[in-house]
Design a protein around this ligand. Sequence first.
Ligand code: NAD
Ligand code: MG
Length: 380
Amino acid sequence: MKMLSLFGATGSIGDSTLKLVDEHSDRFSVSVMTAHSNYEKLAQLALKYQPSLVVIADSQYEAALATCLRGTSIQVASGVDALCEAARMPVDCVVAGIVGFAGLMPVRAAVEAGQTIALANKETLVAAGHLIMPLAAVSGATLLPVDSEHNAIAQCLVGARDEDIDKIVLTASGGPFRALSRAEMHHATKEQALLHPNWSMGQKITIDSATMMNKGLELIEAAWLFGLGSNRLEALIHPQSIIHGLVSYCDGSWLAHMGPADMRVPLSYALGHPDRLAWQAEPLDLAQIARLDFQPVCLEQFPCFGMAKSIIGTDPADAVTLNAANEMAVHHFLSGEIPFGEIAEQVDTILSEKRLGSANSFDDILALDQEVRKSARSAV
Ligand code: NAD
Ligand code: MG
């Protein structure tokens, strides 16, 4: 029996994880579940999965959550410190499914505690890969990538020696605006931007997929996970989302990972690790799919991708800035304050201004993130 703690239990990664738990209730139990503010869904999940602890990040909902769980033995807590404490509770696997920068501190706590972490929250490595990776090396924490491309590449790298690797390639669907020019997508509506062709995910990552910031963030994530510079990292648009990642080796061999576009594929790899976890995956009918297409990412069409790629290997403060500016711009778009096309402009403006702080420590990163958000708010 493996014990899991599930951070972001009410989100899309949370849903996919719990579907696997349902299929393997004899192999997994959930001992911690967390959410941001949806206390009703968290309470429902807690009643079904009976964790020993639930944490709601927004403290104003703690009392309501406790009321829903009255009469049970489930402990209720709230706030960021409680999330971090929960991340240190020893389990077999911590599933890091919180979205955005908010995922950083719980992941840091889990890494410090030497846990095995199924890492979906890419923003952690974007903002703090330079601190998280050395911390994991010291604590002995294991990071199992759940982002589908990174999981694919990790699978293609099993048994590889560093010196044998030529480069790694992440694929991208191209999102809903793959065939549009920048001018054509400028005034895209929220509904259009949220209509991802291949994946069903939370709102933030879906908008990031439409701007292709997501693929830029993923290159930064890959740089930290696999220890490669930007000259050995590439992204390729592959509209069918069947191949998720590729590794090119020094001898001319390429290994590619294929699978249906379902997050249970990478999640099952991380949850089952080091074993393979069987589940009722949709079969991949290659004869039916018939063709796989590829095209380069156009930087003029998708400037967010270029901005993110350009800061790999620069001062880590740039990545904190890019990440915070992007989270704010996506928020402004989703709340109707700016058109779609201005997401890239807002991020570019903030990234081009003078640095608002440093990223030498976690405290620096938290302070810089706040400064960038303040600056982004005042710009709207
Ligand atoms: P989501 O919006 O569906 O769910 C986010 C979860 O995080 C929710 O449970 C929410 O309550 C919680 N949360 C939000 N803000 C919080 C805060 N301030 N404090 C504490 N908890 C908070 O998002 P998602 O699509 O599940 O994505 C989660 C992470 O996984 C993201 O980093 C995303 O990039 C990554 N990821 C997701 C997918 C996918 O298929 N959904 C694929 C690859 C990577
Ligand atoms: Mg991905």
